[in-house]
Design a protein around this ligand. Structure first.
Ligand code: MRU
Length: 356
């Protein structure tokens, strides 16, 4: 296995270098984002995507806004405040984006840097810290998840949950990477993940380059795969987890959870504590992003549904907490209610090496 880490994004000092996820798996192209417009465009078009990755790029976006204001001799604080609002509006479901923006803004408040240069330095440092912590959280989730996998586990997953969706290692795929490293020989069954194919294009690419056996199936084949061939465990990520455990993830996750119920397959959500939203009581309060009809009616630029047809294209759905066996975090496997106190304890347990 090669190093499973992916250069999802990197702060260059003057901008953010990303791998363009819309071009994978056929082209490995890197882009330098040097304006706030470019960052927002990259988020909106899913060049950068995945809940933890959105948090990191949001934080770096604030550092970039400060860098630009500094270069132009403009007021830095108003530029940063305006950038935070623009970034926050790009995608509504993943809580990690707002979480990271708030964390960076809180850091500015508590440190109180005065000169424009100090403000920039504070933002840059905090965004790099968020990135580094995300990697640590991925490693800890990988270890916590691998510990419950049987040898030769047949893992079913949905959407991309690897390094591309995070700071470089992953959520659910971090578990597969760790199990592989431990010699447990996992086999991953990756749902294709309509309409944007994050499973087929991105999960399969990440797993294949690391020598982990992977099979891709269309989303509708997953229940039949479970019934006819057997699956040991379902692992997927999360974009936002409410206090009672209701979990928003890529559209199709709810369908998979129904199949898990019907066939009594354990289903674990793998997510860092930055994906939990203890402020909202349940899934009803999670905003679900609706995306353009062309994602459903066009295939490679060709029409696959009649012109003008009505389309339902939610990017996410909610898995009820009752369908989920456990939540694998950097602080171990948790159960609801996810109060701020419980999440803080999970965070500090990783810091103390509890999941090492
Ligand atoms: O629309 P996307 O591709 O950003 O959706 C991503 C997902 O739904 C992932 O499964 C989720 O972020 C959790 S894994 C990092």
């Amino acid at each position: 296995m090669m190093n499973p880490m992916i250069p999802t994004m990197k702060w260059t000092g003057n901008g953010i270098r990303i791998i363009d996820q819309t071009r994978l798996p056929s082209d490995e192209i890197y882009l330098d984002l040097v304006t706030l417009e470019e960052v927002c465009e990259a988020i909106g078009t899913l060049r950068v995507r995945g809940a933890p990755a959105l948090g990191i790029i949001g934080a770096m976006g604030l550092a970039l806004a400060a860098r630009i204001a500094l270069n132009e001799g403009a007021d830095v604080m108003p530029a940063v405040a305006a950038a935070a609002e623009r970034l926050r509006a790009t995608r509504p479901t993943a809580v990690n984006l707002g979480w990271a923006l708030d964390r960076v803004l809180d850091r500015l408040k508590s440190e109180g840097p005065e000169s424009p240069g100090e403000i920039f330095a504070c933002l840059e440092k905090e965004s790099l810290r968020i990135h580094a912590e995300d990697l640590e959280m991925s490693r800890a989730m990988g270890r916590a998840g691998a510990a419950i996998l049987p040898s030769g586990a047949r893992i079913l997953t949905h959407c991309n949950t690897g390094g591309l969706a995070t700071g470089g290692l992953g959520t659910a795929l971090a578990v597969a990477f760790e199990a592989h490293l431990q010699g447990k020989n996992p086999h991953v069954f990756a749902d294709e993940t309509r309409p944007l194919l994050q499973g087929a294009r991105l999960n399969a690419w990440e797993l294949k380059r690391n020598g982990i056996p992977v099979t891709v199936q269309v989303d509708g084949a997953a229940p039949w795969l479970i019934k006819s061939r057997g699956i040991d465990i379902i692992l997927y990520g999360a974009d936002r987890i409410a206090r009672n455990g209701d979990t928003a993830n890529k559209i199709g996750s709810y369908m998979l959870s129904l199949a898990a119920q019907a066939h009594k397959v354990p289903l674990y959500v793998v997510a860092p504590t930055s994906s939990f939203d203890s402020k909202i009581p349940d899934g009803e309060a999670i905003p679900i992003e609706d995306r353009g009809e062309e994602e459903v009616t066009l295939w490679g630029g060709r029409r696959t549904a009649p012109e003008g047809i009505d389309v339902f294209n939610p990017a996410f759905d909610i898995t009820p907490a009752t369908h989920i066996t456990g939540w694998i975090t950097e602080g171990g496997i948790l159960q609801p209610p996810f109060t701020e106190k419980r999440l803080a304890a999970a965070r500090s347990s990783m810091m103390r090496g509890g999941t090492r």
